[in-house]
Structures are given as structure tokens and as C-alpha cells.
Design a protein around this ligand. Structure first.
Ligand code: ZN
Length: 482
């Protein structure tokens, strides 16, 4: 893969490139017009330390349905409610479109057939979280027949004005025309750009939707990213234009100037003037000591919790498990580990196993081997940072695995025997009933600790199965003693 991006720019764009790497649609595999390939397994991570974002909550939803896989995730940062609401609205609209709900029919995965490999994935990365400026990019990979692959959008929050600012708000109103003229001049020289479409930048309404991904580089230049098929022919892929800082700085709005400054020279911390009290930290429960359970002699169950960690659900779950001296395995998603390393540490200190569930929950079989490696290695690194230990197991999202995925990692795959379908029911009684009625000795049971209703089902599961003589062990312990 060509690597011509300066290191400082890479730091800023690492998260985007990483997310882009999760898709393998034509949009991603074609080089963008500035010659950079977006298909590489770039793994530089975000430059924003998420643990500084006190009280941040990652809002995750996903299906576990292999025939219609979708996973969405966006951050809820205390104090930035208007921006969170804008992301929520966009994510819900994307999901409804993917499921075909906007067609008035039942969920149909956008009409895609299974052979087309439909998938929706919305993941996030922080661009700036400093002073009174917050910048978040959502990256959407939509693999349905009518969708165009990767789409990105940057959301800005102005803590001083307490306002969500769409990307065009970085430019002062009276400088928009000059800014757009400069953009068009650069676009006109690009291969694949359709002259007629860039005239849409002159119209206020289409301008705002075209210019929805604008962010500064570490040097203070302004980079504008256009989704595939907006200003160019689809075959040209994504197109980006970078305006030098010297050119763009005079055109910036007051907020744009602050966003630029907090990108090039960030303050130590984020202060959005939030009045929220951050959620209490998740405490580790007493470690039950070495596990001497012999699953070849007694009945064991391996409860597994996917897609977390999540606050406060995971903390509540740890308390329930401790009450029954039960151990479990947590298949964590890397982007959530980076936001909540304290919770993952508490899981480990409470005697549970931590395992890898990818960075942002893509269908791994849709990715290249380099992208699969990147998904798993990046998550391993986040787990190691949080706990000091690397996992040995991974669970492919949706259970989607093939020889290519297996060959891309030395981690051992771990699927499940019982699916509680908790992501679908959102009903504690039904989730508990499914787990209890279907579990047999030495089964691995799939639950998701991102849903309060799933966590609420666990006391009943622990109570009933303990009474029936079951022991709750980790997946690795089950394998080691069978
Ligand atoms: Zn999952």
C-alpha cells in the first residue's frame, strides 16, 4: 500500500483511515484523487485520549442476525446533547433505510439478498476533544445494492455557544462564497470530477449536505472529504481537497478558529460546561480466586457477554456475577474498550476472561486479511493497555468466519451454542427463559451486556442454573478442563 501521508496528518486521520479500512466496497479500494489508498490496514488509532472524556457513554446497538448484520455506535458526551441528538437522528435514519423500514414494510435489509452480503456499520472516531470544542466523525459502511459504500460525516460541538455546528459552520457566513470558489477551483482539476455536479456547491441546500465532512489537519490545513459519487463519478471513489491553513484561516468563523486551534494546539482537557455528574466508576468485585472447577466431572456453563463494555450495564452485571461467584467471558469491542478501559480492568480483576470481538463490529468475512488483522490487533492492544494482558480468544461479529479470517490471526475463535436473541427481545423474562430452557452441560451462552434488559435477565439465569447444579466458568477454563 502506498504510504505518502505525513505522520502528523496520519495521527489526525488515523481513525478515519482505519474506519475506511473496514469496508471493502469499490469506494474504499479505489485510490482517492490525491493518490492515497484508503484500503490499507492503517492502525494509528485516534489521537484523542478517550479516558479524558469524563462520563462519555458509547451508544451501541447491533443485531446478531447473520442474514442481516448491522451495528451502530456513537458517543454521548455529557454537555454536547444537541450534537448527540443530531448523531442519533442520523444513525436511526441510516438504520431505518438499511432495514427497509422507510419503505413501509417489515425489516427486509434494504431488499438485499443474502448473497449480496448486506451489512450496515456505523462507527465513530474523535477528531478533537479539547477546550470548548468537540469534533466526532461517524463512518458508515452500507453494503446494500442501492448504497454507495463508505459515507462519513463530521459533527462539531461549540461548548461556548452550547450549539451543534455542522461542518460548514467552520467557515464564516460572509466568507462562504470565497471558500466555495477556492474549493471548486481545486476540484475542477481533479480526475473523475463531474463539472456539472460541483455547481451544486453554489446552492445553499446542497452545499450543506456536500460539505458534511470538514476537519483540520494537525498543521491547521482544512480537509474537505466528499463521499463517493457526490462531486465525482463513482469510479473515482472518495475525493478530498485540502486547503492550506494560510488560505483558509481568514475565512474561518469564530468557532472555526477555535476548532483549528484546538486541533493544532489542544488544551489539556475538554470543558463543555456540562452540569452532568459523571457516572460512578465501575468497581471490581472480589476475585473468587483460582478456578478449580473440573468441567469433565461437573456441569459447566460459559456465559459470554458481547459488544461491551457499557456503562452502567456492565457494572451492574459484575455485581450479579459476584453474588453467585460466577465467572464469565467478555467479548469486548475495541472502540468501547478505548472509551471505558476502567470497566475492562474491573472485569479482569473480578476474575472474568476478556476476549476480542473486533474494533467496531464489522462482518470480518467482508474484509481483506490486512483489515481483519487490523480489527483484531487494534482491539488486542486496547485490551492490553486496559488490563496488562492480551486475550487468546476472539469471537467474530455475527459468527461470520471463514478460512481467510482464521488465517489472519493467531487468536482462537470462540462461537456459541445457545443464542438468547436478547438483542431482539429486549425482555428480561424471555432472555432468561431462553438461556435456562436451552442450556445443556458445557454450553457456551451468548448474551449482550450493552442492553439493560439482558443484564436484568442474569440473576434469574444464575439462580435457576445454580440450583440445577451448574458451575459458571470462562470459555478458556471450559476448554481447558473438558
Ligand atoms: Zn457482537
Amino acid at each position: 500500500m502506498p504510504r505518502r501521508i505525513p505522520t502528523r496528518v496520519l495521527l489526525l486521520l488515523g481513525a478515519l483511515a482505519m474506519t475506511a479500512a473496514c469496508g471493502s466496497s469499490p469506494a474504499d479500494s479505489a485510490p482517492s484523487s490525491d493518490g492515497r489508498s484508503r484500503a490499507g490496514g492503517n492502525d494509528t488509532g485516534t489521537q484523542v485520549d478517550l479516558t479524558r472524556l469524563k462520563g462519555v457513554n458509547i451508544v451501541s446497538e447491533s443485531s446478531a442476525d447473520r442474514s442481516c448484520p448491522w451495528a451502530t455506535s456513537y458517543p454521548d458526551v455529557p454537555g454536547a446533547d444537541a450534537m448527540t441528538a443530531a448523531m442519533k437522528k442520523d444513525v436511526e435514519m441510516r438504520l431505518a433505510g438499511f432495514l427497509g423500514e422507510d419503505l413501509g414494510g417489515p425489516a427486509n435489509c434494504g431488499g438485499a439478498t443474502e448473497s449480496e452480503g448486506p451489512e450496515l456499520n456505523v462507527s465513530f472516531s474523535f477528531l478533537v476533544a479539547s477546550g470548548d470544542v468537540l469534533g466526532v466523525r461517524l463512518a458508515t459502511v452500507d453494503r446494500t445494492s442501492n448504497a454507495d459504500g463508505l459515507g462519513t460525516k463530521v459533527y462539531w460541538y461549540d461548548g461556548a455557544a452550547k450549539k451543534h455546528r455542522p461542518s460548514p459552520g467552520l467557515i464564516a457566513d460572509d466568507s462562504r462564497d470565497a471558500f466555495v470558489a477556492a474549493l471548486k477551483k481545486r476540484l475542477e482539476k481533479r480526475e473523475g470530477v463531474i463539472p456539472d455536479t460541483i455547481t451544486a456547491l453554489d446552492e445553499q441546500e446542497s452545499r450543506d449536505s456536500y460539505l458534511d465532512d470538514m476537519a483540520f489537519t494537525a498543521d491547521g490545513d482544512l480537509k474537505v472529504d466528499f463521499n463517493r459519487g457526490t462531486v465525482g463519478v463513482p469510479a473515482a471513489g472518495r475525493i478530498s481537497v485540502t486547503l492550506p491553513g494560510a488560505t483558509v484561516t481568514p475565512w474561518l468563523s469564530d468557532f472555526g478558529s477555535r476548532a483549528q486551534r484546538q486541533t493544532t494546539d489542544p488544551d489539556d482537557k475538554l470543558d463543555l460546561g456540562a452540569t452532568h455528574t459523571p457516572a460512578p466508576t465501575v468497581a471490581a468485585q472480589p476475585h473468587p480466586g483460582e478456578d478449580t472447577t473440573d468441567c469433565s466431572k461437573v456441569k459447566c456453563i460459559a456465559l459470554t457477554f458481547d459488544d461491551g463494555p457499557a456503562a452502567p450495564e456492565t457494572g451492574t452485571l459484575l455485581k450479579y456475577l459476584a453474588q453467585y461467584k460466577a465467572r464469565a467471558t467478555f467479548f469486548v469491542v475495541g472502540q468501547n474498550v478505548a472509551a471505558h478501559p476502567d470497566i475492562v480492568r474491573a472485569e479482569m480483576k473480578s476474575g472474568h476472561e476478556i476476549a476480542n470481538h473486533s474494533w467496531n463490529h464489522p462482518v470480518l468475512t467482508n474484509l481483506t486479511p490486512a483489515q481483519v488483522r487490523s480489527q483484531l490487533e487494534r482491539t488486542n492492544a486496547a485490551i492490553k493497555t486496559a488490563t496488562g494482558q492480551e486475550p487468546t480468544l476472539f469471537r467474530p461479529p455475527y459468527g461470520a468466519i471463514d478460512d481467510k479470517v482464521r488465517a489472519a490471526t493467531s487468536l482462537s475463535p470462540a462461537l456459541w451454542d445457545v443464542d438468547t436473541l436478547d438483542w431482539k427481545f429486549h425482555d428480561p423474562a424471555k432472555v432468561a427463559q431462553t438461556a435456562i430452557s436451552q442450556a445443556e452441560p458445557n454450553d457456551v451462552v451468548l448474551v449482550h451486556d450493552i442492553h439493560p434488559t439482558s443484564v436484568a435477565a442474569i440473576p434469574e439465569v444464575l439462580r435457576t442454573l445454580t440450583a440445577r447444579g451448574y458451575h459458571f466458568v470462562t470459555v478458556s477454563h471450559l476448554r481447558a478442563t473438558l
